[in-house]
Design a binder for this molecule. Structure first.
Ligand code: NAP
Length: 304
């Protein structure tokens, strides 16, 4: 008979690695599965994290490494594999990965979110040749050049600040007349003298030959630039559980702080679930809360 885990943790970001730490402490028989060898890919794309209590400043890569090292030190079982689909039959979850299928009594789904696309002409064509979604990953290629950042949230503002230290000039193009990003970040943005904010502006097209040479705004204005960083929000990676759990209209898994979803035994944590504040610290909190919920769920089953 195949091994049946108490729990599979699907995702190795802040939520998943915290869940792993708490799962070890609870003595659960579990496995964490993540598609990336480095784990925590979304945090790793953050230049500076300065709002994680107790650590006044750290790079995203260093923080996720600490999360990973902590889980590893506790011998948390982790595996690199890509989860394709999760189904439930006869009270057991079947976690179909590329390499194997795992059986579990419960699942914490914490696959995070990816970048939303703008959907304009030139975006797909120039991706990797001037269009990017991660300044920390690709910013280096635009040293002393001019770049455009699109968006008005925390990610766009963080990326613009990061790029302002590398590039000659940064345009921040935002569709409304006020930024969505938090005040501490907008203050930093406003103090950089090589960032020009273009409010109430939207990109119509990205142009170039072999690589990007300019963008055209909807008002017809053309901005010469060599790079375009798109930061217009996130898309939840909830595809693998869409047949067993309810989501909202955007695909975020409907779940409260306890992580409980519409499917018994399936819990959602981190950016993939419906919540009002998506931060590393709230993802960690979700991971811990989910283990409490998993313990309660497994104990209920044991008492039947
Ligand atoms: P976000 O907060 O949803 O912001 C997306 C931005 O893109 C908004 O300004 C939005 O404009 C704009 N936008 C959306 N669709 C667009 C379109 N089609 N064309 C032009 N602009 C468009 O997303 P995010 O900045 O990626 O952040 C995601 C989550 O991670 C948030 O919860 C955020 O707080 C969190 N985060 C936190 C930190 C931090 O704490 N330092 C850093 C990064 C991310 P409108 O404003 O007009 O809607």
């Amino acid at each position: 008979m195949s091994r049946v885990y108490d729990l599979v943790i699907a995702g190795g970001g802040a939520a998943g690695l915290t869940a792993a730490v708490y799962a070890v402490r609870s003595g659960l028989d579990f496995l964490l599965v993540d598609s990336s060898a480095s784990m925590g890919s979304q945090i790793a794309q953050t230049d500076e994290v300065d709002n994680y209590t107790g650590i006044d400043s750290i790079t995203g890569i260093e923080l996720v490494q600490r999360f990973y090292d902590h889980a590893n030190k506790l011998n948390a079982p982790m595996k690199n594999d890509t989860i394709k689909k999760i189904t439930k039959q006869n009270e057991l979850f079947s976690v179909e990965c590329e390499g194997q299928t795992l059986l579990a009594k419960s699942v914490i789904f914490c696959a995070g979110a990816g970048h939303r696309k703008l959907g304009i002409k030139g975006e797909n064509e120039f991706t990797g040749r001037g269009v990017g979604y991660c300044a920390v990953c690709d910013g280096f290629f635009y040293r002393n050049k001019t770049v455009v950042v699109v968006g008005g949230g925390n990610t766009a503002v963080t990326e613009a600040i990061y790029l302002s230290k590398i590039c000659k000039k940064v345009y921040l193009v935002h569709r409304r007349d006020t930024l969505r990003a938090e005040r501490a970040l907008t203050k930093k943005l406003e103090s950089a003298d090589n960032i020009e904010i273009l409010y109430s502006s939207e990109l119509a097209q990205i142009c170039g030959g072999n690589s990007v040479s300019s963008v055209i705004l909807k008002n017809g204005k053309e901005l010469e630039c060599q790079g375009v960083f798109i930061a217009v929000g996130i898309v939840p990676r909830s595809e693998a559980i869409k047949d067993i759990a309810d989501t909202d209209e955007y695909g975020f898994v409907l779940a409260s702080e306890s992580g409980k979803t519409s499917c018994k035994g399936l819990f959602a944590a981190g950016d993939v679930r419906t919540k009002s504040l998506r931060q590393i610290i709230t993802a960690c909190s979700d991971g811990a809360n989910c283990i409490d919920s998993v313990n309660r769920f497994l104990n209920e089953g044991a008492q039947k």
